[in-house]
Design a protein around this ligand. Structure first.
Ligand code: GAR
Length: 197
């Protein structure tokens, strides 16, 4: 049976586009919803252009009441009945109740070689540490922030003249290769990690 995928975004949605464009032909999944916590997220128009249903649950309306925000998020997700949820640049921290609700069905992409650099400013932190390589990780989402089982990683070399911006720009195409590769496997029930290149 074709798996139904909801993609959660907060920004430009380039990973969402890579995921959506990969779900064609014999792919075992199809996108059914793109949901943003920010009505101004650039990815919403891109999703609509791709013919995907979009929704917004604006976290600011809930004034720091995380459980009320997540109840609305769940209500919106349940309309689309997703089998898999992909967090793709979704910049809200989720509670243990929410992650438990979707346990085993939710993936995230994070711009570091986890377990290094959970949280924010990953590119700057890799540079500050003098790392010779950097990368991105797709993992299952659990209650532990950026801490669930790793399903894939892609690596790039750090150059002597790199800045956080150049590193981020060089990593993004690797994210776009890694996330669809992991999703394709995951949708078939295959948890073998994808290692790129
Ligand atoms: C991506 O680099 C993604 O790895 C990162 O946000 C960017 C979203 O870009 N995610 C995180 O930092 C999550 N903690 P996009 O909106 O163009 O996909």
């Amino acid at each position: 049976m074709t798996k139904r995928v909801a993609i959660l975004i907060s920004g430009g949605g380039s990973n969402m586009v890579a995921l959506a464009q990969s779900m064609v032909g014999d792919h075992p999944a199809r996108p059914v919803l793109v949901l943003s916590n920010d009505p101004d997220a650039g990815g919403l128009a891109k999703a609509a252009d791709l013919g995907i249903t979009t929704a917004v649950v604006d976290h600011r309306s809930f004034h720091n009441d995380r459980s009320a925000f997540e109840a609305e998020l769940n209500a919106s997700l349940e309309v689309s009945q997703p089998d898999i949820i992909c967090l793709a640049g979704f910049m809200r921290i989720l509670t243990a109740d929410f992650t438990a609700r979707w346990d085993g069905r939710m993936l995230n992409i994070h711009p570091s070689l986890l377990p290094k650099y959970k949280g924010l400013h990953t590119h700057a932190r890799a540079l500050d540490a003098g790392d010779s390589e950097h990368g991105c990780t797709v993992h299952q989402v659990t209650a532990a922030l950026d801490g669930g089982p790793i399903l894939g990683q892609a690596r790039i070399a750090v150059h002597a003249d790199d800045t956080a911006d150049t590193l981020a720009a060089r990593l993004l195409p690797m994210e776009h290769a890694l996330y669809p590769a992991v999703l394709r496997r995951f949708a078939r029930g295959d948890m073998t990690p994808v290692m790129l290149p």
